[in-house]
Design a protein. Structure first.
Length: 239
């Protein structure tokens, strides 16, 4: 269940106590139940840590004002960055790795956005969501149709410095993924939060990833005995 305020940690029952409410599945051994109960306690602690981080994120001081009201190309014509908010105070922007130098879009980004397409109507009840790439808008819309996306709003940032300003483009790479959140305050638009868990922050043997990871596929695979693996990635097609 979602929460809007951090829970007072002093009022919480110990995780190990709550873990006693776990299930007993058919024919499980006592060794399995002992290990599973210990894991459940850790899962409860993880949930609490996620709540603490979310509260800390919400309490961030106001970020920097955007350098300019960028002019994007939207599905129905030119649109200013300020217009992407619609009726909302908050805007989530995902930079999609589908620049003009790519023959096909990034499979990993595509997997993420395919999941988000189904969630977009729910997300947009609370905040605005925009998907940005540097390819011409016609190219983006052609792939949107091919992929069967119905709800995502796509925009071309070609001709702007947005990608460079918000780290979807660096001197070493013309096309990186980026996830940024912006907020309107007192008639101005400020950066609120950006994903900074990139390559240099990754732990040994792991790909860079957020915490929580915004890709639902990894959350699902992490629940399995095979896990997410070390050499498997989504593809654009499995035919």
């Amino acid at each position: 269940m979602a929460s809007t305020t951090a829970t007072n940690s002093s009022a919480l029952k110990p995780a190990a106590e709550l873990a006693a409410y776990g299930h007993n599945y058919p024919n499980e051994s006592s060794a399995y139940r002992q290990a599973r109960t210990a894991l459940l306690a850790e899962e409860i602690e993880l949930r609490r840590h996620i709540e603490r981080i979310a509260a800390q994120r919400r309490a961030l001081p106001l970020g920097g004002e955007i350098p300019e009201d960028y002019l994007f190309q939207g599905e129905t014509g030119p649109v200013r960055f300020s217009e992407l908010f619609g009726p909302h105070q908050t805007l989530i922007v995902y930079n999609y790795m589908y620049g003009p130098q790519r023959e096909r879009p990034c499979p990993m980004c595509t997997s993420l956005l395919s999941a988000w397409d189904g969630e977009a109507p729910d997300i947009e009840q609370r905040v605005a969501l925009a998907i940005v790439a540097k390819s011409p808008i016609e190219r983006l819309l052609a792939f949107k149709k091919e992929r069967g996306w119905r709800h995502l709003k796509l925009y071309s940032s070609a001709g702007t410095t947005f990608n460079r300003d918000y780290f979807a483009e660096t001197p070493d790479s013309p096309d990186d993924p980026a996830l940024n959140v912006f907020t309107k305050r007192n008639g101005k638009i400020h950066h609120f939060w950006g994903e900074e868990m990139t390559g240099p922050t990754a732990d040994p043997g792991q790909d860079p990833r957020g915490a929580p990871d915004p890709m639902p596929i990894w959350t699902i695979l992490d629940m399995t005995p095979e896990g997410r693996g070390t050499d498997w990635y989504p593809k654009l097609s499995y035919k």
